[in-house]
Design a protein around this ligand. Structure first.
Ligand SMILES: [Zn+2]
Length: 133
């Protein structure tokens, strides 16, 4: 379960579009499954089919969210040309069972599809995504 404001959602989608056709990635920080702040990250792989958050940026973001009393509520990335469902690599590299994994599919650029998942021990479960105006 993840709650996100429309403003943050728009910002996330804008970032995904801005790096198309590469996969975009980043973190959502907040409290109790409510996203309050977005951290967009450089995809160090600069790939259209996979991502790795630039380690220095990720470290700085994690440090700042701790200092600000937030936790990492979600990890997001885009799928430029595939559906909003975790790839086998996404499942393999899902190291944070307490976070939501948000995927933004840009198959239809005008109508991004956004879905959230919980991934733990290789199991994928769709999570509910609540968008607040
Ligand atoms: Zn993926």
């Amino acid at each position: 379960m993840l709650t996100i404001s429309l403003d943050l959602l728009d910002e996330m989608i804008a970032h995904c579009r801005s790096v198309y056709p590469e996969e975009a990635c980043g973190l959502l920080a907040g409290k109790d499954s409510v996203a309050e702040k977005i951290y967009t990250m450089t995809n160090a792989e600069h790939s259209g089919v996979s991502y790795m958050m630039e380690p220095g940026e990720q470290f700085a973001a994690m440090k700042e969210m701790r200092q600000e009393g937030r936790t990492m509520v979600a990890i997001f990335h885009s799928h430029p040309d595939s559906p909003a469902y975790p790839s086998s690599k996404d499942v393999e590299l899902a190291f944070y069972p307490d976070a939501c994994y948000v995927i933004v599919s840009l198959i239809d650029p005008d109508r991004p599809e956004i879905r959230a998942y919980e991934i733990a021990e290789g199991q994928v479960r769709e999570a509910s995504l609540r968008v607040l105006d």
